[in-house]
Ligand binder design. Structure first.
Ligand SMILES: Cc1ncc(COP(=O)(O)O)c(C=O)c1O
Length: 327
């Protein structure tokens, strides 16, 4: 399964992990996130993005998203960094919090790529690691390059609701050989290779993806290209329909080829959104709102965040509509 993911993404290394959250957690540990280090991510994301930072004993900082891509806004990130960050001897520090800022984690929301080049440039200017939460975007490319391969590393999720599922599963992808072997080592009990000796020279984790799950994933990856085609066709049909209804349907950005993991529409306001959620769910059609913004949730309320007008706009109006593969 690792080889197949390398083939699809173009990454040099892939390490299979028990789930996407654990993949992000162990990646952050292996990348050198130390207790108290700050990691910048977007407020509109699934809770796992922030939870993985917290599991690694890091502190999340939240910035806004772009209204069109639904992913991290380079403008909001730049605004935060220019106001609070200073680079001294190659280390980025938050002048307000007095902490080290180590990494930036943009998330490719619902499978649509963020403005990754602008984010990458900012990471380089401020000596920050770029780690992509590409949990939702297997098969999505931006300017012909697969999401998750623009920075130090990316992750995939093979949770039950994903485009490819192993029941539960995840993967780290990277071009960095030493990072990949550190992740493999940490996720498989931190055992030094030996024919019979059990010698663990760090606190290890048992986070390897079980082979049985990988076998299920591999079978699905055989027809992955067809799955993507099918999902893109569904998106196209939705787009035609919602255009005729004058309802905004979220489409892939320019220069992108999205997997359309979850299709989404935007209502005029929260009242309309709620009426639609109520009606569709009462009538046997499962629909769901966007996630509650992370910086407003109890575990993260104390965390630094920028203004989030776009995330708030989207959270008030967005609904995900059925997106399974049509048979
Ligand atoms: C953005 C994002 N990050 C991380 C995860 C975590 O993946 P998993 O559910 O496999 O732990 C998910 C999805 O489930 C996700 O949507």
């Amino acid at each position: 399964m690792e080889n197949k993911i390398k083939e699809i993404t173009g990454a040099k290394y892939a390490v299979a992990i028990a789930n996407g959250t654990a993949a992000l957690h162990i990646l952050l540990l292996a990348a050198g996130i130390k207790p108290g280090d700050e990691v910048i991510t977007q407020s509109l994301s699934f809770m796992a993005t922030a939870a993985a930072i917290a599991h690694a004993n890091g502190t999340p900082v939240f910035v806004d998203v772009d209204a069109d891509t639904l992913g991290m806004s380079p403008k909001s990130l730049e605004h935060f960094l220019s106001e609070y960050a200073e680079v001294i001897d190659g280390e980025c520090r938050n002048k307000k919090a007095g902490k080290v800022i180590k990494a930036v984690i943009p998330m490719h929301t619902f499978g649509h790529p963020v403005r990754i080049n602008e984010i990458k440039n900012l990471c380089e200017a401020y000596s920050l690691m770029l780690i992509e939460d590409s949990a939702e975007s297997l098969g999505t490319t931006y300017q012909g390059k697969h999401t998750g391969t623009f920075g130090l590393a990316g992750i995939s999720s093979f949770n039950g609701n994903k485009t490819v599922t192993t029941g539960g599963g995840g993967m780290v992808i990277t071009d960095d050989e030493s990072l990949a072997s550190k992740i493999k080592y940490l996720s498989t009990t931190a055992k030094r290779p030996h024919k019979w000796e059990f010698y663990h020279d760090e606190v290890g984790y048992n986070l390897r993806m079980p082979s049985i799950n990988a076998a299920i994933g591999l079978a699905q990856l055989e027809y992955f290209a067809k799955t993507l085609e099918n999902k893109r066709e569904t998106a196209h049909l939705y787009q035609q329909f919602f255009d005729s209804m004058h309802i905004r349907f979220i489409t892939e950005p320019d220069n992108a080829r999205s997997n359309y993991w979850l299709n989404a529409i935007l209502f005029d306001d929260r009242k309309q959104r709620d009426a639609f959620l109520e009606y569709s769910n009462d009538n046997g059609v499962q629909t769901r709102p966007a996630w509650t913004l992370l910086h407003t949730l109890p575990p993260y309320r104390h965390c630094q965040h920028t203004e989030t007008p776009n995330a708030e706009y989207i959270a008030d109006r967005l609904v995900n509509i059925p997106s399974s593969v049509r048979v």
